[in-house]
Design a protein around this ligand. Structure first.
Ligand SMILES: Cc1ncc(COP(=O)(O)O)c(C=O)c1O
Length: 467
């Protein structure tokens, strides 16, 4: 299997070979062989029948959660169907709602130029990019989009992938291996954790946004690993606060690690021209090694990207499994992302408007006594309610009142830190923000008064329902 992959590599990938890549592959092969040895020890008698999926603890947990919701009489708030474009407003089950569950930060998802670009691309190239760009070739919009992204970060080059999640997973897997160390913020996105797991690198985390804690870890471990990669988010997806980039850049010069910043929720949001965290802090973008982001937020499309130096991009295009062995970005998605990013340059007032909305929402929520955690009031503002059941019920009651904001519960956030997450857009009006805050505060107060929460449930009855 490993040999097959190596052979395909040699045939399909451009002839880019360096000591770095060879060593990385050797180390991964060694880890793979020891796993294979463990599997070979399973004799036919020790394996009787395939495990049933409904016996798995993962499934039992789903059953338990459903039983608790049924007992509490709480509807499932997830997977609701929207009946039109979901931006600052939407329609769900025939009801017009103010919507806070859309990534469409700059409201470009329904912009005529973005739609036309997608439609034109479909007319000219069809729906699919056919296969991996290595073998099926490119479409002009791939290169144009990558040039645009590189120009945003003043970087030598950029490369796009078909999903933001996949971007983190495959990029990390490609760049580090079992002899390396990844250190990340404790609240980092799950896609980063998936990448580290895949890579076999050692993983450490530092306290959220605490550069001092990162420095302490670096002082303890430096020298024990070949490569050290530090990963943070520009704006945190669940909390809406900003990474302390100046301090991280200082640590990078002191300790010599690679710094990777996930700009999923920062591009188009902070910085005067919406270029993200480096512009927000007035930092030279070349002091970050790997700029990562998604095309599903500000770019109102789908996919992910990395911008950086030319050799990094060449390595990823030749060796990141999620690029080499996965289909290219659909031409319509690349075209629409390109036009959204052009709008970021030509209609900068969208960024200003989004920022004003974020700040207004944050201030109003705080003065209404709501717990907004550490949010800085940009693209994401959580309203932390603690109890998961209360968060779900708050979301459901708000929807009935015409406001759509989704709950985030364990395991996406720590137990006891359940929240409603409000995504702001440039097209929310001051009145919509005011209405949302007022209703949230009122309904939450009622739920607290009625003691709605997990503690109010009869756990014996829950146990009976589960078994
Ligand atoms: C910080 C962060 N990184 C990566 C991703 C994955 O991006 P996508 O949803 O575009 O696959 C997300 C998802 O929202 C995210 O919040």
């Amino acid at each position: 299997m490993t040999d097959d992959v190596s052979r395909q590599d040699a045939e399909e990938a451009p002839a880019l070979r360096s000591d770095f890549l060879k060593t990385l592959r050797d180390r991964k092969d060694a880890a793979g062989k020891s796993r294979l040895a463990r599997v070979n020890r399973l004799t036919p008698t020790s394996v009787k029948a395939p495990k049933r999926f409904d016996d798995l603890p993962e499934y039992r947990k789903i059953v338990a959660q459903k039983a608790i919701s049924d007992l509490a009489g709480v509807e499932n708030p997830f997977y609701r169907a929207h009946e039109r474009v979901a931006g600052a407003t939407s329609r769900i089950a025939g009801q017009e709602v103010i919507n806070f569950a859309s990534y469409d930060y700059l409201s470009t998802n329904s912009h005529p130029a973005v739609r036309d670009a997608a439609i034109d691309a479909i007319r000219q190239f069809g729906i699919s990019a056919s296969a991996s760009r290595l073998v099926a070739g490119e479409r002009p919009q791939h290169g144009l989009l990558e040039q645009k992204i590189a120009s945003i970060y003043e970087a030598e080059n950029a490369v796009c992938f078909v999903s933001g999640y996949l971007t983190n997973a495959t990029v990390i897997d490609c760049l580090v291996g079992p002899n390396d160390l990844v250190i990340h913020d404790e609240l980092i996105h799950n896609s980063v954790l998936a990448g580290v797991k895949l890579s076999g690198a050692t993983r450490r985390f530092f306290r959220h946004n605490d550069a001092g804690d990162l420095e302490r870890i670096l002082k303890d471990i430096v020298g024990d690993f070949d490569r050290i990669l530090v990963i943070v988010e520009g704006i945190y997806s669940m909390d809406g606060d900003v990474a302390p980039l100046p301090e991280l850049v200082n640590l990078r010069s002191k300790f010599g690690f690679w710094l990777m910043v996930d700009e999923a929720h920062a591009l188009g949001v902070i910085g005067e021209r919406g270029r993200g965290t480096f512009e927000h802090f007035g930092i030279d973008p070349s002091s970050v090694d790997i700029w990562m982001g998604t095309l599903s937020k500000t770019a109102s499309s789908c996919g992910g990207y990395v911008a950086g130096c030319s050799s990094l991009v060449q390595i990823l295009k030749a060796h990141a499994g999620g690029f080499v062995y996965s289909v290219g970005l659909a031409p319509a998605l690349a075209s629409s992302a390109l036009v959204s990013l052009e709008l970021l340059e030509t209609e900068v007032d969208r960024v200003t408007k989004l920022r004003e909305n974020g700040q207004q929402f944050l201030k109003r929520a705080q003065s209404a006594g709501l717990d907004t955690g550490s949010s800085a009031g940009f693209s994401v503002v959580p309203i932390i309610v603690g109890d998961s059941l209360r968060a779900v019920q708050l979301s459901n009651e708000l929807l009935k009142a015409g406001v759509n904001a989704l709950p985030i519960i364990y395991p996406a956030v720590q137990e006891g830190m359940a929240r409603l997450r409000f995504f702001l857009t440039s097209e929310h009006t001051p009145e919509q923000l005011e209405t949302a805050v007022t209703l949230t505060a009122e309904i939450l107060r009622e739920l607290i008064d009625k003691k709605v929460g997990l503690a109010s449930l009869d756990m014996q009855q829950v146990a009976k329902l589960i078994t």
